[in-house]
Design a protein. Structure first.
Ligand code: FAD
Length: 390
């Protein structure tokens, strides 16, 4: 007999949800984390208000080598199940935009709710500790902690991805999974600002801080949300979304006026008031700083500009093609793409196919959501599913 039925490494969103569910099933659960407090990423998420789920959660909002892997967990514990839990605790929330649900007050309410649920389910939470070694035994697993050895029959890896190392993110999940023979899908930063080369940055320097509503595409994927010029390149929700699909060397296409046919608008401006210059005409359609950059180098009245020239200008606004040189990396990325290969996990229970009793949940798995509450929903759903099986 093991002193613990279940040991979960990582007291983030997925680990806490798994602990609650396993505890409710009368399993003796030990939850470990090297941080000082549980749910640190929940605390800082959504600007301190935690975008805890998305009303429109569906598998199409997730990236994975196997896009079908997430279906089972997402349908067993849905966004509506999590909303019901939040409602039971009387936590006030609102839909900000595009189905994204945020706490009215503070993300701490979500952490407090999970901690209370863990207490009710008799989960033991041990902070500021981490195993230096994990070994398989005949009947389960043995972990070496600074305070001594502990053993269990089920071990859950819930240590998340590599994003924001300053907050304690590590590659621990991948190393441990690999040690148990699980395959890994290459990891890379996702939901991350993209950067430009120095020449482009110099040209676009006056735009730092300018935001537009944009339609941004890469390959077949596109998103329509706000985009922001920064001192290093571009950011804002539309760019974070497309960054998860973008690979180095690829071009992205940006329409900075998705609702306006700029060519048409400029022709109208030319017909109605041909004595204005291009900058003035563009400034009625775009932020002034952007109009100035686009009109830079053009002279004279718009009346003197042929259709060909207006078309060139309209293309620069509506289908700007740009090759970012890179991304801001894990330092600022909200998530880690890739991770433990879903081919080696059971999609219903998250148990490793070749290692009975070993489970991987949350961001450590090769399932990554769009911006907008999808990543927490994956953490809740995958954690809940493992919690029923451990
Ligand atoms: P985590 O929440 O990262 O938890 C992993 C835990 O494991 C941590 O507590 C960590 O301390 C612990 N750990 C790591 N290594 C070790 C180790 N070696 N030993 C012991 N413990 C260890 N998603 C949304 O859906 N909505 C949002 O509003 C949102 N906002 C975000 C804002 C920011 C700034 C960031 C960085 C991310 C945001 N995300 C958001 C993404 C979301 O936070 C993650 O997808 C989610 O937290 C993943 O849950 P997880 O439990 O798998 O991992």
């Amino acid at each position: 007999m093991h002193p613990w039925d279940v040991i979960i490494i990582g007291a983030g969103a997925a680990g806490m949800m798994c602990a609650i569910e396993a505890g409710k099933r009368d399993r003796k659960v030990l939850l470990l984390d090297h941080a000082k407090a549980p749910g640190e990423k929940i605390r800082i998420s959504g600007g301190g208000r935690c975008n805890f789920t998305n009303l429109d959660t569906s598998p199409k909002a997730f990236l994975s080598q196997n896009p079908r892997f997430c279906i089972s967990a997402l349908s067993r514990f849905t966004q509506h199940d999590f909303i019901a839990l939040v409602n039971r605790y009387g936590i006030a929330w609102h839909e900000k935009t595009l189905g994204q649900l945020f706490c009215d007050s503070s993300s701490r309410q979500i952490i407090d709710m999970l901690v209370t649920e863990m207490r009710k389910a008799d989960v033991t939470l041990r902070l500021q500790t981490s195993p230096s070694d994990v070994a398989r035994t005949d009947t389960g697993f043995r972990l070496s902690l600074p305070e001594g050895e502990v053993s269990c029959s089920s071990l859950v890896i819930a240590t998340g991805g590599k994003s924001i190392p300053k907050m304690g993110a590590t590659g621990f999940a991948y190393e441990l999974a690999a040690r148990f023979g699980l395959r890994l899908v290459e990891t890379r930063p996702g939901l991350v600002p993209l950067t430009f080369d120095p020449a482009m940055l110099q040209r676009l320097a006056p735009l730092a801080g300018v935001a537009v509503e944009a339609e941004v595409s890469c390959g077949k994927q596109s998103f329509r949300e706000a985009m922001l010029f920064t001192h290093r390149g571009i950011s804002g929700p539309a760019i974070l979304q497309i960054s998860s699909y973008w690979r180095e060397g690829q071009e992205i296409r940006i329409s900075m006026t998705p609702d306006i046919d700029i060519f048409d608008a400029l022709r109208r401006a030319r017909a109605e008031n041909g004595r204005q210059n291009l900058k003035t005409a563009l400034a009625s359609l775009l932020p002034r700083a952007l109009a100035e950059i686009i009109a830079d180098g053009t002279a004279g009245n718009i009346a003197d500009m042929p259709d060909r020239e207006l078309r060139r200008i309209s293309d620069a606004v509506s289908s700007w093609r740009i090759k970012p040189v890179g991304s801001e990396g894990y330092r600022t990325a909200e998530v880690t793409l890739g991770g433990v290969d879903t081919r080696d996990l059971n999609s219903r229970t998250m148990e490793a196919n070749g290692v009975p009793g070993l489970y991987v949940i949350g961001e450590a798995v090769d399932v990554t959501g769009w911006l907008g509450g999808y990543n927490f929903q994956w953490a809740w759903s995958s954690g809940w599913s493992a919690g029923q099986a451990t």
